[in-house]
Design a protein around this ligand. Structure first.
Ligand code: ADP
Length: 398
């Protein structure tokens, strides 16, 4: 019977999960699932290892009003007969995505009482996300206390940043209490970097900018497989615009909102996380597909601004790297947004990046126009596989 690793990725309104069988040196995907729309019109989609849909259930709002309740739906399903048959093995361990690992966790960690306390203590640095990540850890501790659990941190891949890249120009005592440029999306960046090592080893040793463009968006400068800088920093609000987050803004705007609009911390937090970005600027939607289909000038402006800001930050990270050998697109928009990819690369032509329209339309891996020079690549991310790899490594599962 195969040993199985479960990888759980609990976000603010969705839970993604995958089960992998340990097969020799590799990990074989047995099942993947997505429970999305938590608190609203929740939907549970289960696929087999080949990606075929096995189940597509619409849940009542009462069934999944919160991440904690949705976690129970997923946990019950995973321990039920249907899942057991599909997975075809014994669950040996569970790996979790944890958004914040603070300054100390530079790699994944086995969860014991001490590690759990340290993760919990970091909640004030990621108040919206860390509790959602903790929910499945606590639930599985109750459900199956004997199962080893591993925490994989979105910040860990960035812990090697230089002291220069790690700081804001603010008094040092704030740095010492944790106000640093942590960076996020690290599990995705690590996966894409490892994949580059397999498919383009020479490039993986060079200067690479990875664009993780999904619901959250950030860029990462990678040199010889290691993150050297990233656009997200103290929180997942910084950097380039996203679906509902503004990316970097003048902090004077926050003072303006407090003084002129009498907004308190909770109101500003809601504003910055949910009412800005593509949604705020367009006044229409956070979804790129909706904006691309719209004839409204504000939709066009939002997409134009998105491209402008990403191209500007690509230039900044190219300066940090001293040039660029490849730009790699990943995540929902990066993998599917053919038009946006073309526009971002067109705005980055000055770096020697040029796109082949046919390769771009066909969603190939190498989208570059020329056979030599800096590459433009598209590499689908797989955060759950990266979580499962860390889980296997830390526990030496064979
Ligand atoms: P998450 O960060 O939740 O994992 P994803 O990486 O799945 O999110 O990205 C979701 C986003 O991808 C959506 O908001 C949508 O804007 C974008 N997207 C999905 N499909 C397409 C498409 N065909 N063209 C452009 N954008 C797309």
């Amino acid at each position: 019977m195969h040993e199985i690793i479960l990888a759980l990725n609990a976000g603010s309104s969705s839970i993604k999960f995958q089960a992998f069988a340990i097969a020799g040196d590799g990990l074989e995907r047995r099942v993947s699932g997505l429970l999305e729309g938590i608190g609203n019109a929740a939907r549970l989609v289960i696929r087999d290892g080949a990606g075929r849909i096995l189940r597509d259930d619409h849940l009542s709002t009462a069934a999944a009003p919160s991440v904690e309740a949705a976690e129970t739906v997923v946990g019950d399903w995973l321990l039920g007969d249907e899942a057991m048959q599909l997975i075809g093995g014994r669950i040996a361990a569970i790996g979790h995505r944890v958004v914040h690992g603070g300054a100390d966790f530079s790699t994944a960690a086995k969860i014991d009482d001490e590690v759990l306390a340290r993760i919990t203590a970091l909640t004030h640095l990621a108040p919206l996300h860390q509790p959602k990540n903790l929910a499945p850890i606590l639930a599985w501790r109750q459900r199956r206390p004997e199962l080893p659990q591993i925490a994989c941190f979105d910040t860990a891949f960035h812990r090697g940043h230089s002291a220069l890249a790690d700081r804001f120009a603010i008094p040092d005592e704030l740095y010492r209490e944790g106000v640093r440029r942590y960076g996020f999306h690290g599990i995705s960046y690590e996966y894409v970097s490892e994949k580059l090592g397999e498919i383009a080893p020479a490039i993986a040793k060079g200067r690479v900018i990875i664009a993780h463009l999904g619901n959250g968006c950030s860029l990462c400068a990678v040199k010889d497989g290691r993150s050297v800088d990233s656009t997200m920093s103290f929180t997942a609000l910084d950097g380039i615009p996203m679906g509902t987050r503004p990316g970097a803004i003048d902090p004077g705007i926050v003072l303006y909102l407090m003084r002129e609009k009498a907004m308190d911390a909770a109101a500003i937090e809601k504003f910055l996380y949910h009412q800005c970005g593509l949604k705020g600027l367009s006044g229409i939607s956070n979804d790129v597909r909706v904006l691309e289909a719209s004839a409204e000038p504000q939709a066009r402006l939002a997409l134009d601004h998105f491209v402008y800001r990403i191209a500007k930050e690509i230039g900044a990270l190219a300066a940090v790297l001293g040039g660029i050998d490849a730009l790699v697109f990943t995540a929902g928009i990066g993998e599917n947004g053919t038009d946006l990819r073309a526009r971002i690369v067109a705005a980055s032509n000055w770096l020697g990046l040029h796109l082949d329209p046919a390769a771009n339309a066909a969603r190939q891996t190498d989208l570059s126009a020329a056979a030599t020079g800096p590459r433009v690549l598209m590499v689908p991310t797989d955060e759950e596989l990266m979580i499962a790899r860390h889980t296997r490594r830390i526990l030496s599962l064979t």
